[in-house]
Ligand binder design. Structure first.
Ligand code: AMP
Length: 408
């Protein structure tokens, strides 16, 4: 697939001493000027260290949050990230208070091999999200090579991901390569049986990937809020549970197609219920469990129940390749976290080829690793991109990847 055609940083022979512009994903949580979680910064270190080894002058750029222009809100400045990066690399890190302009050019001209310059938030510039061709050209004029290592933004066609790549040799960084290789290997050579577990709030967000997995996967397990659209389309009463009526036809078609393509779609057999999101339906001080065909009119399903956990665990036991995206319930509330955490724990025990994508699933996995004192087995690939992972797995083109140069 794409990664085989695309050039990566390893394919450039004359990197030594070059000026290299790298699009990274430093969209990290910052509070009171301090980086709160540096996972994304650390994910870019292999590429940064590779460029340091090659004596390159390294120019980094990233977006941070969604600034509402024309205001330049200070809370979206990347300056704290430059400070944080100083602790993670064995070289000098400088910061430019602008993306492009005289100051950036002056700072680049002073840059010595191995040194790093981080540019200010790409999204402070109105041309970024519009993929303004002039901005793309200007960015490209800063360097000899462009490296895209921001896997999480490959599905966006912006000036710093797509526009810039038109004007100079543009290649994938080591994180992008690792991610795409993992997803490609899953899509191309999955050891059967294949299981996909989908959860989360909206079926409309995931119907495309569900349809792609029909015929490809042997089993699809559906949990989370979107399970109720499946149940409603089968005629089950769902009370006040989350539902997307506009998706009923699509879901019915998916269920039909799955039958003809030998993909078993498993929906929950029981749920933990609540009166609403904040008021649990208690029985013996615990959220009441009901069968999927007996959800009371005034209740909503908020997590999968014990029978469903057991069913989904059995599917995990049978599968040799697993893709998981989306929580099984409202796992942010401790009363309804069991379904999601039990999937995470079972996957950690199973240790088969697994891809986990999406912020909530990854968060649940990390929570389980911490609570159980476990470490991540090498068979599990945790994808750093939510939207990008889903789009790629659904078979969509990622503009940021398409924009990179092909191998000769
Ligand atoms: P998504 O971004 O579509 O993956 O959805 C994630 C959100 O779905 C989380 O915030 C969950 O709280 C929510 N969610 C999961 N299960 C349910 C449910 N049964 N009812 C309402 N919301 C749910």
């Amino acid at each position: 697939m794409d990664s085989e055609r695309k050039m990566s940083i390893m394919d450039i022979n004359d990197l030594e001493n070059k000026k290299v512009l790298v699009r990274v994903d430093f969209n990290v949580p910052i509070k009171d000027g301090v980086v709160k979680d540096d996972t994304r910064i650390r994910a870019a270190l292999p590429t940064i260290n590779y460029l340091i080894q090659k004596n390159c002058k390294i120019i980094l750029m990233s977006h941070l949050g969604r600034p509402k222009l024309p205001d330049i809100e200070k809370k979206y400045s990347l300056e704290p990230v430059a400070e944080h990066l100083k602790n993670l690399v064995d070289t000098d890190v400088f910061f430019s208070p602008e993306l492009v302009g005289e100051e950036t050019r002056a700072l680049i001209s002073k840059l010595k091999p191995k040194q790093i310059l981080l540019l200010e938030n790409t999204r402070y510039n109105p041309g970024e999200t519009k993929n303004d061709p002039e901005l793309g050209k200007e960015l490209a004029s800063l360097a000899d090579y462009f490296v895209n290592d921001a896997f999480g933004t490959l599905h966006r066609a912006h000036a710093s991901t797509v526009g810039v790549a038109k004007h100079l040799t543009a290649v994938a960084g080591l994180l992008v390569k690792k991610e795409i290789d993992a997803l490609d290997s899953f899509l191309k050579n999955p050891e059967k049986p294949v299981l996909a577990i989908f959860g989360g709030a909206k079926v409309s967000d995931k119907i495309k990937i569900i349809n792609r997995f029909i015929g490809f996967a042997d089993y699809i397990a559906i949990g989370g809020g979107m399970a109720f659209t499946f149940l409603k389309s089968k005629g089950n009463p769902i009370g006040k549970s989350l539902v997307e009526d506009s998706m009923l036809n699509e879901v019915e078609n998916a269920l039909q197609t799955a039958k003809s393509k030998n993909t078993e779609i498993h929906v929950p057999k029981d749920f933990k219920i609540g009166h609403d999101l904040d008021t649990p339906f208690l029985e013996n001080n615990m959220p009441k469990v009901v069968n999927a065909d007996s959800i009371p009119n005034d209740a909503m399903g908020l997590d999968i129940g014990p029978q469903t956990i057991s069913d989904f665990n059995d599917l995990i036991d049978k599968a040799h390749s697993i893709f998981w995206n989306g929580p099984m319930g409202v796992f942010e509330n401790p009363l309804y976290k069991e379904g999601t955490l039990s999937i995470a724990e079972k996957l950690l025990q199973k240790k088969t080829k697994t891809i986990i994508g999406g912020g909530d699933s990854v968060y649940a996995l990390n929570m389980t690793l911490k609570e159980k004192g476990l470490s991540l087995p090498p068979e599990i690939h945790v994808s750093t991109g939510g939207g990008a992972t889903l789009e790629y797995m659904a078979g969509n083109v990622l503009p940021g990847l398409e924009a990179l140069d092909n191998l000769a």
